[in-house]
Ligand binder design. Structure first.
Ligand code: NAP
Length: 298
């Protein structure tokens, strides 16, 4: 029998990209779980899901990702991003299977690693979230590690995909609708194409299958550190849409949740421990935009 990989959050960006890749991994069976099959607001049901499906690998791509709404829906964010992550880790421990779960650059405060301005964060840098979403994800990390030694946490940042809502799709829409747009110039990080991350997650599964035991916390983003403004300018230049992109400071774009001003992460340990190749953010964006020209996006 083939090993069964269970993936949550199949209707989200990353879960959807994993589903697109699955047919290339013929030595595995996959079960893509949507909210109806596994509702992470109902933690009592999680053990039944595991008993019924008996995964060999579990990849949790589901999360409460509404960063601003999390400031007012704290209970819901904590249940999905922290308590149920802990429960899934416990169930993976019972089955003695690897638990891979995704976290975020928003666990960091934005002052740079060790408080050094513009120093990319390492997986072992101190975490200090400045918004509730980041806090709920940080607590999920702690619970996952507490309940299961065979946990791999993959922190990522600024995720986009052809499926779901994200900055790139919003920019493309606004650039078609408006002659000019304002984009924040003083927040820095690294974009991540969800297809690249999905492929990295499958490389981790295959490495584990071959006996790799590098459990722990990792970072995975596309390489390069930019502002949202630079990201928007690149999108405009690659598409040639006739829209002017104006840089604005964060205080001219107030949001309910504070964002770290700098959340770039050093992803080198995922390459060292799993042989995963990192991709340049501009190359991934180019591939993404070119693929959109072939297949219009929903
Ligand atoms: N998006 C980013 O920029 C970003 C940045 C850093 C880290 N991350 C992390 O990366 C991971 C993947 O993010 P993403 O961008 O793919 O997220 P997404 O597109 O917002 O998808 C989230 C998924 O979680 C599911 N979900 C939410 N509540 C659920 C519940 N109660 N029970 C079961 N499923 C539930 C959603 O289901 P429905 O479709 O039914 O709503 C959706 O499929 C998450 O861990 C996220 O925190 C994302």
């Amino acid at each position: 029998m083939k090993p069964l990989v269970v993936v949550t959050g199949v209707n989200g960006q990353l879960g959807w990209e994993l589903q697109q890749l699955a047919s290339a991994f013929t030595s595995y069976d996959f079960l893509f779980a949507n909210r109806d099959m596994l509702d992470l607001e109902d933690t009592d049901m999680i053990p039944f899901f595991f008993e019924k499906n008996k995964p060999d690998y579990f990849i949790n791509c589901a999360a409460y990702t509404a960063v601003d709404k999390a400031e007012t829906e704290k209970g819901k964010a904590f249940l999905i991003n922290a308590l149920s992550v802990g429960e899934m880790a416990k169930q993976c421990a019972i089955l003695d299977i690897p638990f891979i779960t995704i976290s975020t650059d928003y666990v960091f405060n934005g002052n740079g690693a060790d408080g050094i301005d513009k120093m990319p964060y390492l997986p072992n840098s101190s975490i200090d979230p400045i918004n509730y979403y980041g806090l709920s994800k940080a607590e999920g990390e702690l619970l996952a590690k507490k309940y299961h030694a065979k946990t791999i946490i993959v922190r990522t940042s600024w995720v986009y995909s052809s499926h779901g809502n994200n900055f790139v799709k919003t920019m493309l829409r606004l650039m078609k609708e408006r002659p000019a747009i304002n984009v924040v110039v003083d927040q820095f990080g690294s974009p991540t194409y969800a297809g690249d991350l999905a492929s990295a997650l499958m490389q981790i599964v295959m490495a584990l299958e071959s006996g790799n035991t590098h459990y722990g916390t990792y970072h995975y983003s596309n390489t390069g550190i930019i502002s949202w403004y630079e990201f928007a300018v690149a999108i405009q230049q690659k598409t040639g849409l006739p829209c002017l992109v104006n840089p604005i400071p964060t205080d001219q774009y107030p949001t309910p949740a504070k964002r770290p001003v700098y959340s770039a992460m050093d992803s080198s340990t995922i390459t060292a421990d799993f042989g995963i190749k990192l991709h340049d953010w501009k190359e991934s964006l180019t591939k993404f935009i070119e693929s959109r020209l072939v297949t219009p996006i929903t």
